[in-house]
Design a binder for this molecule. Structure first.
Ligand code: GDP
Ligand code: MG
Length: 160
């Protein structure tokens, strides 16, 4: 069966928009309100001959309510299935506390993690802070504008 790539991150960084861009369909719900994707959503993608399953997940918050815990459980399941994980952050906000919490979780996995610095369609941002997440060099993307997705998929394909 095909390899699996999971998209994870806190709410509202553009995971679902990126997912839809990468599978070139509108399966996931893109929402200005946080926490809309609770389940794992699967889509088929391919890149230069590599076919894979892409999973969109809900936004991690590490809160204690029922929905947050269910999202966390679904993200864990997606990470277990995944061969490669895409960790999405927002270049406009810079790394926030929740990003550091997600990063700490991701640094515990032995699986390859690709850091996608998303919403990067305008050039007014400081990338230097993202290195503090300890997950290597960010790949600049804009899911909404379809920028950098080739570079992102090149990074993913190195591990497929
Ligand atoms: P998710 O919660 O991480 O799945 O994020 P969504 O894909 O639902 O997007 C959250 C919000 O960010 C929506 O208002 C989107 O329109 C917006 N958004 C998503 N991708 C981009 C992007 O590449 N650039 C900008 N500027 N906004 C984006
Ligand atoms: Mg979403």
């Amino acid at each position: 069966s095909h390899p699996v790539v999971a998209i994870v991150g806190r709410p509202n960084v553009g995971k679902s928009t990126l997912f839809n861009r990468l599978i070139q369909r509108r399966l996931a719900i893109e929402e200005p309100t946080a926490g809309v994707t609770r389940d794992r959503i699967y889509g088929r993608a391919d890149w230069t001959g590599h076919e894979f399953w892409l999973i969109d997940t809900g936004g991690l918050t590490f809160e204690e309510d029922k929905i947050s815990r269910e999202i966390h459980r679904q993200v864990k399941l997606a990470m277990e299935e995944a061969n490669v994980i895409i960790f999405v952050v927002d270049v406009r906000s810079g790394p926030v506390t929740l990003d550091y919490e997600v990063a700490a979780m991701l640094r515990k996995t032995t699986k390859p993690v690709i850091l996608a610095a998303n919403k990067a369609e305008s050039p007014n941002f400081d990338m230097s802070e993202f290195y503090a997440l300890g997950l290597g060099e960010p790949t600049l993307t804009s899911g909404a504008h379809g920028l950098g997705t080739g570079d992102l998929l090149d990074e993913v394909a190195k591990h497929l």
